[in-house]
Ligand binder design. Structure first.
Ligand code: SF4
Ligand code: SF4
Length: 128
């Protein structure tokens, strides 16, 4: 059984999961509200899976959330998209669906130069 997941395009190149081509190499990403109340704008959302790149130790530390199969497939089948699954709790967004799913075809994660999760956003958020 496979559920729909958006293609993830991410510009946050300070994240340990980021790969050239604005690709996210994580197996799954969690999109959350930045505050306790439901997001009203893009700035109120964040990618909780962001982890600041800190050299090799950090790279190894994040190895439990790597889309290895996707990476292998992308390597042996050029042109195949590598994209994580998305879990999103931002239910004030038009694309949100029961089960913490996102129905958008593609989401753009912004926050170039981010140092923490709060510096990232789901740029595709649109208020219901
Ligand atoms: S910020 Fe989020 S979407 Fe972007 S590379 Fe990191 S984990 Fe992936
Ligand atoms: S577009 Fe909306 S539903 Fe999809 S991940 Fe972003 S905030 Fe969540």
């Amino acid at each position: 059984m496979s559920q729909h997941h958006p293609k993830v395009v991410c510009e946050v190149d300070t994240c340990t999961h980021w790969l050239p081509g604005d690709v996210c190499g994580a197996a799954n990403i969690d999109i959350l509200n930045e505050e306790e109340q439901a997001a009203e704008s893009v700035e109120h959302t964040m990618c909780k899976t962001f982890a600041e790149r800190r050299g090799l130790a950090n790279l190894l530390g994040s190895a439990d959330n790597v889309n290895w199969w996707g990476a292998i497939e992308a390597a042996i089948m050029p042109g195949r998209d590598l994209s994580p699954t998305t879990t999103c709790v931002v239910d004030s967004c038009v694309y949100w669906e029961d089960g913490n799913l996102c129905t958008a075809d593609e989401i753009f994660i912004s926050g170039s130069g981010a140092k923490e999760c709060q510096d990232t956003n789901c740029d595709t958020f649109e208020k219901k």
